[in-house]
Design a protein around this ligand. Structure first.
Ligand code: FAD
Ligand code: UDP
Length: 384
């Protein structure tokens, strides 16, 4: 018998397995229906020996010192600042939109203060910024919204930005300076030997047993544990009793090209043309030296693995019904992007898992009978 059954070996499941085993000396069974650890952050060498991310590009960035320090126990880092170009009207220009984007696209030579005025002259007044459309048109106006955001979003999500929560496009800022980094977080780096190696180090503990290729629904009584941590889609735990929660999926086309480099930056976005949204060239991210290069093309799709919870009010209301049921479920904790139906980045999931561990550790006496005083929740406040 185990103390804990953890469903899912992604960030949420692996962080909690590591904490419970190492800090509390408890015995853990981690199951994943996939044949590997790491969840969607899994990386591996392809047939040509190039390191790729099986489920699309994963770039680590965070402002949370506690999250970065925690992961640093399991990996060294390679500094990496992500840059993205968008192919618009036949030109490749920086996204997030910045001073160079506008000057190149319109053949101008504006300064930063002039660009502020230029945006202000185009921005549409929006009384209450509610949708993914509102966020952009109220900042840069309709023309840039249509060039960079409207069709990319329709392609990625299969719906118009006006039907999505503002948080979706608010992920991408607008700048009036020449900063062309995709993220401005304090910590930006890639695990030096890849994500999978980092997960292997987290799960390398005598109290942790891994059962890959195992769906939790197929588990017999021998795998039963006193307590469960569930990181799969929340509705599947409850047999989808209130109806399906909508997700957006992707089809990944992984290819190797017989050239050293394919594109000047890690990712090129295609807001206007192509059936795919973006192309990733991994060598920029990983720093690998290799005579050939590996790329991933992302084709959005309604069918397939649930990669993205779709943020909008109706889906949130349905999720709340499942969340209420989850609250009534004794000895089960729901953690992670799918189990809390949140469009969260990796660092936010690590923060959520560490906060869950602190709650568990404050509530449930340790083997030696000690109850830990609740810790100040620094990780969560740093990520807010
Ligand atoms: P997951 O990684 O999804 O792990 C859940 C695991 O549970 C899965 O392995 C699944 O197989 C398993 N599972 C589900 N149901 C069952 C079951 N019934 N039985 C057994 N096992 C089950 N974040 C960033 O910070 N930076 C990025 O650049 C970035 N890029 C991304 C790109 C794409 C295309 C996607 C889809 C996501 C990206 N993310 C990125 C987000 C990141 O993937 C997530 O925040 C993180 O991986 C979530 O971890 P998790 O443990 O909650 O979920
Ligand atoms: N987006 C867009 N055009 C772009 C980049 C992003 O319209 O060139 C919108 C789109 O709706 C996307 C969202 O902004 O889904 C968030 O972008 P991000 O790059 O953070 O997406 P992720 O990496 O999570 O897929």
């Amino acid at each position: 018998m185990y103390d804990w059954l953890i469903v899912g070996a992604g960030f949420a499941g692996s962080v909690l397995a590591e904490r419970l085993a190492r800090e509390r000396g408890e015995r853990i069974l981690v199951v994943d229906r996939r044949d590997h650890i790491g969840g969607n952050a899994y990386d591996c060498l392809n047939a040509d020996g190039l390191l790729i991310h099986r489920y699309g590009p994963h770039i680590f960035h965070t402002n949370a010192q506690a999250v970065f320090a925690y992961l640093s126990d399991f990996t060294a880092w390679r500094p990496y600042e992500h840059r993205v170009l968008a192919e618009v009207n036949g030109q490749r220009v920086p996204i997030p939109i910045n001073l160079d984007t506008i000057n190149r696209l319109y053949g101008l030579s504006l300064t930063s203060p002039e660009l502020e005025a230029w945006f202000a002259a185009r921005a549409e007044p929006v009384e209450e910024i509610r949708t993914a459309e509102d966020v952009v048109v109220s900042t840069v106006g309709r023309e840039l919204y249509e060039l960079f955001f409207r069709d990319y979003t329709r392609k990625q999500w299969g719906r118009d930005p006006s039907e999505l929560d503002r948080s979706v496009t608010a992920r991408v800022p607008t700048r009036t300076d020449r900063d062309d980094r995709y993220f401005t977080d304090r910590y930006q780096a890639m695990p030096k030997h890849g994500y999978t190696a980092m997960f292997a180090a987290m799960l390398d503990h005598p109290n942790i047993t891994l059962a890959l290729g195992t769906d939790f629904r197929s588990l017999g009584p021998t795998a039963r544990a006193r307590r469960t941590i569930f990181t799969g889609p929340i509705e599947t735990y409850f047999d989808t009793c209130y109806g399906p929660l909508p997700y957006r999926s992707l089809r990944f086309e992984h290819v190797t090209r017989d050239v050293a480099w394919h594109q000047p930056v890690g990712v090129v976005n295609y807001p206007q043309t192509e059936a795919y949204t973006r192309v990733t060239e991994y060598k920029h991210l990983t720093g690998q030296t290799h005579p050939r290069t590996a790329l991933t093309y992302e084709y959005p799709s309604a069918e397939g693995e649930p990669y993205y919870p779709i943020p909008c009010a109706a889906h949130q209301a349905l999720y709340k019904r499942y969340e209420q049921r989850a609250r009534d479920e004794r000895n089960v904790w729901f953690v992670g992007r799918l189990a809390t139906y949140r469009y969260y980045n990796m660092d936010q999931i690590v923060g959520q898992a560490l906060a869950t561990f602190r709650r568990i550790d404050a509530e449930i006496p340790r083997r030696d009978g000690r109850v830990r005083a609740p810790a100040v929740d620094r990780t969560t406040s740093e990520l807010a």
